[in-house]
Design a protein around this ligand. Structure first.
Ligand code: ZN
Ligand code: ZN
Length: 606
């Protein structure tokens, strides 16, 4: 008899075996319903083999009339699961369209994508002004299939509209109904559509060669949200291009350090571009200025002039962080070993490093200048709005923080911001403005970004400042008020030179062993109560320290002491070493608690 190994969307690593009923035609890559713990659940057939086992239950029903994943793609899914220490079933579930309903009709037989002898060309990274226009021009002359992956549904919808001017386009993101997504998948496979737009759930959509895969804004953290597939879309796309013959195009305003490093190493092409138009950039030094007022005189003057010219103003604010810096010289209090900002807890009156767990009492004076004003100072959006209203009572002023205000209130805020002369907003509010739409953009206190207790704080600051500059007209102005006016992220923006940033940034990453030079993982332990959690974290930490090739930091409790996190650093083989060390903890047993492993985290989860 034929036995099918089926992987389910569950945190179990192994597949389950079933008998294939007589007369079924079935291949790996097809989904089927099968009984699992008393319910019929959808799983992916990962392998078929001949055998005899009278105990095996039969598969209940076929879900896909033919395979939705090719052999090559099934191997890619297994690779993603192994690299992210997650299950094949969960990875499949996240990367496939919902199963078509029974009446969706049988799809016409098409030739299975055979092993093509063609190799993929080297992936290309498009940067600089007009990168999206250049991308669209490339797609206009492309003959074969093209799939554009965006970081969010809104952008996917926008690209679907752009592509529709070239040819019929189908959508593979959650902005369209399930039925439509399933039909889009089939249309790509049978060749009735060749253009598609989607989000990361579409990364494995079938593409007939010669195919082009596009990943927009490869630097976006939104390409790795929580949940499976637990891998950044950039890494999935690069691996797919290595396994299937397809042209991979990435775009970024400010590439991730990982992508920049690949380009420097010759693994990715990064065609040089003439610099496009750029606004004047002025960096205002706010060190030692007693801050009663978020707007320095040059910024107030620039706002007045911009409003008089009937142009728009965007003031960028950030969430208040809980780290400490010197108001005199701007020096951030950092962990000596990890070089990331200490987290400041007012209640505990202590500083804690969220990477290595080092802790120290609050210092009285600044180590750099011996100044005595060390504060968690920052400007919140409300205080900035208040200051602007007082000075410019006749202007239309709106505040928008898309992350903080959702639903009807968020919509109302967005509408007000879209019509305002002065918008005070966080990073997400940038999407209100197209290229060169602003007369003035200003960072009120970007030091809050630089102080974030995350080794990517510099990269995030650069990304935001660069994105703001791209939205200011060439005859407009970008003002950065900072206590760290000499920071290389600001220098790079002022000179419109990404090199100015990545040279020192990659040096810093290499010296301290951060990505792309070493890989990180965060292991989170959670048990019934804090004592159990502590015990579990200690055991897990000991198991990791016993493994070769890992640097393991002590467990650090979260703010509520409900979970403990351990950071482990390793080399390219980090997933395998973690898997070996943690095997016994991956299956929940006997109330000992649970661990979760996040490999290559992009959002520092503290
Ligand atoms: Zn100081
Ligand atoms: Zn540290």
């Amino acid at each position: 008899m034929t036995i099918a190994d089926v992987a389910f969307d569950a945190p179990v690593r192994h597949a389950f075996s079933y008998r294939v009923p007589e007369g079924w035609t079935l291949a790996p890559g097809q989904r089927a319903r099968a009984p699992l713990r008393g319910a019929a659940r959808v799983g992916m057939v990962v392998a078929l083999r001949e055998g005899t086992d009278p105990q095996l239950k039969p598969l209940a029903r076929l879900v896909d009339p033919e395979p939705v994943l090719s052999t090559t793609q099934l191997e890619l899914v297994s690779w993603i699961a192994a690299q992210s220490l997650s299950s094949v079933g969960s990875t499949c579930a996240a990367l496939l369209p919902p199963p078509a309903s029974a009446d969706a009709g049988r799809v016409p037989e098409i030739a299975r994508d055979g092993e093509s002898p063609l190799a993929s060309p080297k992936p290309e990274l498009l940067i600089g002004a007009g990168r999206e226009r250049r991308l669209l021009e490339r797609l206009e002359i492309t003959k074969g299939a093209a799939l554009v992956i965006a970081a969010d549904v809104e952008t996917a919808a926008k690209w679907a509209q752009r592509l529709a001017k070239i040819d019929r386009v189908v959508r593979l993101d959650s902005g369209v109904p399930d039925e439509e997504r399933a039909a889009a998948w089939r249309a790509l496979r049978d060749g009735s559509a060749r253009l598609a737009a989607g989000t990361r759930s579409a990364l494995l959509a079938p593409l007939r060669p010669p195919a082009t895969l596009v990943l927009l804004d490869e630097h976006e953290a939104a390409h790795k949200p929580p949940g499976p597939p637990r891998m950044h879309s950039r890494d999935v796309a690069l691996e797919r291009a290595a396994r299937e013959p397809l042209a991979l195009l990435l775009t970024a305003a400010t590439p991730s350090a990982e992508a920049w490093w690949r380009a420097e190493s010759g693994l990715i092409e990064m065609p040089a571009r003439e610099p496009g138009p750029w606004p004047a950039v002025s960096i205002a030094d706010t060190r030692g200025i007693l801050r009663r007022e978020p707007l320095t005189p040059p910024l107030s003057r620039a706002i007045r002039e911009t409003l008089a010219a009937r142009r728009r103003v965007f003031l960028v604010v950030s969430r208040l962080t809980s780290s400490l810096a010197c108001d005199e010289c701007g020096t951030v209090v950092r962990c000596a070993a990890c070089a990331i900002a200490f987290a400041y807890s007012r209640a505990a009156a202590r500083l804690v490093c969220r990477l290595c767990g080092a802790s120290q009492p609050l210092p009285d004076t600044c180590a750099a200048c011996h100044g005595r004003r060390l504060t968690p100072f920052g400007w919140g959006a409300e205080r900035v709005e208040h200051a602007v209203r007082r000075r410019f009572p006749d202007a239309r002023i709106a505040r928008w923080d898309p992350e903080a205000a959702r639903g009807a209130r968020g919509e109302a805020q967005r509408a007000a911001a879209a019509a305002a002369d002065v918008v005070i907003g966080t990073r997400g509010a940038l999407r209100l403005f197209g290229p060169a739409a602003l007369g003035l953009a200003a960072f009120v206190a970007p030091d809050q970004l630089l102080r974030a207790p995350d080794f990517r704080a510099g990269e995030r600051t650069l990304a935001l400042a660069w994105a703001a500059a791209e939205r200011v007209a060439a005859d407009g102005l970008l003002i950065i008020q900072s206590q760290n006016p000499g920071h290389y992220a600001f220098e790079a923006v002022a000179r419109q030179s990404l090199n100015e940033f990545y040279r020192p940034e990659l040096k810093f990453r290499a010296e301290l062993g951060y990505p792309p030079f070493r890989r990180l993982a965060v292991i989170t332990a959670r048990a019934a109560d804090s004592a159990e959690t502590r015990r579990l974290a200690e055991t897990v930490g000991a198991a990791l320290r016993g493994a070769k090739g890992l640097t393991v930091y002590p467990p650090v409790p979260d703010r509520s002491d409900r979970t403990r996190r351990i950071v482990a650093k390793g080399d390219a083989d980090l997933p395998r070493r973690l898997d070996e060390a943690l095997r016994e903890f991956k299956t929940p047993s006997g109330g000992r608690g649970m661990i979760d492993v996040e490999v290559d985290p992009v959002e520092w989860p503290f």
